[in-house]
Design a protein around this ligand. Structure first.
Ligand code: PLP
Length: 362
């Protein structure tokens, strides 16, 4: 098979640069050796800095969906409220239903952000001890406001454990975990971290770990107590994906060289560029105002461009575009601008997009 794939302009997996991919061919090291502990210590310290946290950092060798369950099975005793405003928050709620929890769902029309008054309403019933929110709904390009939720929890529900999916925002958007008081923040590596898929990262508060000690029937594989025991030895409970760890170390070096604050600013600037590009073409944004993501722009295709034709032409020019998630296909399309996509890459992609639009006489 020819190994010459189009450059990815989909919101995950995102484009991985050659210098990061090269790290994946580093010689293997043993997973119970001093070498791996040095590697893990470097990564954990780096992730703590990027997340502004002193919480535990666990490195996990599977996709982020597994961490949805790590969050819930270690913390839910009474029930969990899920804010559902897109495909991923919906799947997380499904996972909780399948776990047999008492689940409350705050259902939003796709494109809307989480409304803190709704969260207040649900939690005021006293039936739930956990709140599960998706920071950046990748399916709709909606980024919800974590500060408002944080204020609510701190002032009225300090005992509620707060789980946040940051799969498409961690490492692209500033999330001050300790200041916000997030108990469990999870992400996989194939979005703003700019690594291949199949590896995940989470930060876990001490109080979640303490609560986990009182939860029964939580299994072994996702037990945070087990993870804590191993991370104290700078190891992981089972054999990890060591190539991902070499890749992650490289990304942390890249982030430090770029400057953490500069990285946040770059993502904001790229989101402004993509939004303006959409407006200049007479299109609209899909998310409600004030909830537009910094890592991807979800464009409402009011000009009714033929997305499949555009896709064909972009593929010929070496780009794989996004055509909208699930039932939104064609009605929206998403432009990712995160991780290894820099302003020059975005401009290059959108200039090529313009060439295609011109050719199709839009
Ligand atoms: N949560 C969000 C917001 C996502 O965008 C995705 C994947 O796109 C997931 C969870 C699932 O991540 P994974 O495929 O690593 O399980």
């Amino acid at each position: 098979m020819e190994n010459n794939f189009p450059k990815l302009f989909v919101p995950g997996p995102t484009h991985v640069s050659k210098e990061i991919l090269e790290e994946f061919s580093t010689d293997q090291i043993g997973h119970r050796t001093p070498e791996i502990s040095t590697l893990i210590d470097y990564i954990v310290d780096g992730v703590k800095e990027i997340l502004y946290t002193n919480n535990q950092i666990f490195l996990v060798s599977h996709a982020a969906s597994g961490l949805w369950e790590m969050g819930t099975i270690n913390s839910v005793k009474k029930g969990v409220v899920h804010c559902v405003n897109g495909a991923f928050s919906s799947k997380w709620a499904l996972s909780s239903n399948k776990c047999g929890f008492n689940v409350g769902v705050i259902d939003y029309e796709w494109g809307k952000g989480i409304n803190v008054d709704d969260v207040d309403n649900y939690l005021s019933s006293g039936s739930y001890d956990v709140l599960a929110t998706v920071h950046n709904e990748t399916s709709t390009g909606v980024m919800s406001n974590l500060e408002n939720i944080s204020k609510l929890l701190k002032s009225k529900y300090p005992e509620v454990i707060w789980l946040v999916d940051a799969v498409s925002s961690m490492a692209g958007v500033k999330i001050d975990v300790d200041d916000l008081g997030i108990d469990f923040l999870l992400s996989s590596t194939q979005k703003a971290w700019g690594l291949p898929a199949g590896f995940s990262i989470c930060s876990v508060s001490d109080r979640l770990i303490e609560k986990s000690k009182t939860v029964e029937n939580k299994g072994y594989f996702l037990d945070v107590e087990v993870y804590e025991k191993y991370i104290k030895k700078s190891q992981t409970p089972s054999t990890p994906s060591i190539p991902h760890m070499f890749g992650l170390k490289k990304v942390i070096e890249i982030i430090k060289n770029e400057g953490i604050e500069n990285r946040w600013m770059r993502h904001i600037q790229m989101s402004e560029y993509a939004r303006n590009w959409a407006f200049n073409h007479g299109q609209q944004l899909f998310p409600e105002k004030g909830c537009e993501s910094f890592t991807l722009t979800c464009i409402k295709n009011i000009k009714e461009w033929d997305i499949n034709k555009i896709n064909e032409q972009l593929l010929k020019r070496g780009f794989r575009m996004d055509r909208g998630y699930g039932s939104l296909r064609g009605k929206v399309f998403r432009i990712p601008h995160m991780g290894n996509i820099y302003m020059e890459d975005l401009k290059n992609y959108l200039n090529t997009f313009d060439e295609v639009l011109c050719q199709l006489k839009y």
